[in-house]
Write a protein that binds this ligand. Structure first.
Ligand SMILES: C[S@@+](CC[C@H](N)C(=O)[O-])C[C@H]1O[C@@H](n2cnc3c(N)ncnc32)[C@H](O)[C@@H]1O
Length: 316
């Protein structure tokens, strides 16, 4: 077995070598570029602008663990996982032998599955993971270490960024010791739906993509808005998830939930502050929108609740 260690570090610049000064193994694998003060500043701006940015909800990973562990009613990650399992034969030949860049890892079930496909096929994988929460990155590294045990003589090259997506630059994702010319950008778990401005998240996801790179996205469909709204509004874990993220405001009000029909969005309002939003998608509209960004759908899979789409970037 080859452990995930500093020899398995994807390197974006020679200066990364200075990381050898850092004592802990984890810090060699993950570059920390965000700190609590910057995140506090972002929430303060959010309160002033009356919209809380999505990364704030994940600053306490234990709240996300509660939501995902006590599945009912939040089961979209499992719907996505099932779709991926069912269509692995079609996806593997397309994205195998590409560097995988994960925007968000969370509980990392779907993300780990993708890497297991690489190891099953070539005993080798290259993984870059970006997340605002260190705990999620630690958990993901643990899962990857376990995977290497499952596939003897396999090797995973890794680089993590404990940062917000907004701060990741093109050069951060350019690894001079990578074997691959193509990358697959992965964003699972309806994370795109947490962005108030869809253009913003797609700009973030596509700005570093080269021609021929893939974008693999999992998102929730807007099939039954009334049921979806109830799933959020009646879930006590969600209430805590959102309220815990609200710093700098007095917790003297209750959340008010609504389904915004015009935007297909579940919204939780705290007074006049949009404290949480999660957009749901119409598949046709989604494909129309991504076509305008020069993204061609290569594979489109769906069940009643969720869709997984593989898109390819056609030009710069
Ligand atoms: C909805 S989860 C999806 C990940 C995983 N599939 C899951 O279901 O747990 C979103 C993940 O993205 C991270 N995240 C959300 N917004 C972020 C941002 N702006 N910058 C960095 N990480 C972010 C969260 O910490 C979380 O790990």
């Amino acid at each position: 077995m080859i452990p995930l260690n500093s020899n398995n570090l994807l390197r974006s610049s020679k200066s990364d070598n200075s990381l050898s000064n850092v004592l802990s193994q984890f810090n060699k694998l993950v570059i920390k570029k965000i700190d609590e003060d910057i995140l506090d500043e972002r929430i303060l701006v959010g309160v002033l602008n009356k919209t809380i940015p999505g990364e704030q909800w994940f600053r306490r990973p234990e709240n996300w663990y509660s939501i995902t562990a006590y599945t009912n009613p939040y089961k979209t990650p499992y719907s996505e996982l099932k779709i991926l399992f069912e269509h692995s034969k079609e996806l593997v030949p397309l994205i195998n032998k590409t560097l995988k860049i994960f925007y968000g890892v969370g509980i990392a079930d779907s993300e780990t599955l993708i890497i297991s496909w690489d190891l099953g096929k070539t005993k080798y994988s290259e993984v870059c993971a970006i997340d605002v929460a260190n705990d999620f990155l630690t958990g993901f590294i643990q899962s990857l270490r376990n995977l290497v045990l499952e596939y003897p003589s396999s090797k995973i090259m890794f680089k993590g960024y404990n940062n917000i997506f907004e701060e990741i630059k093109k050069e951060d994702l350019n690894f001079y010791n990578s074997r691959y010319t193509k990358s697959t950008y992965v964003c699972f778990g309806n994370t795109i739906g947490n962005y108030f401005n869809q253009k913003e998240i797609f700009d973030i996801l596509t700005r570093s993509m080269k021609r021929g790179d893939f974008l693999l996205i999992g998102f929730q469909l807007c099939r039954n808005p009334k049921k979806i709204l109830t799933q959020y509004s009646k879930n006590l874990h969600f209430e805590k998830f959102i309220l815990d993220s609200l710093k700098f405001v007095e917790k003297n009000k209750k959340l008010k939930w609504k389904f915004n029909q015009a935007e297909n969005r579940v919204e939780a309002w705290f007074g006049d502050i949009l404290a949480f939003q999660s957009k749901k998608y119409d598949l046709k509209e989604f494909l129309k929108f991504t076509k305008k960004l020069n993204l061609t759908p290569i594979k489109v899979f769906e069940d009643n609740e969720f869709a997984v789409v593989l898109l390819r970037k056609e030009n710069q």
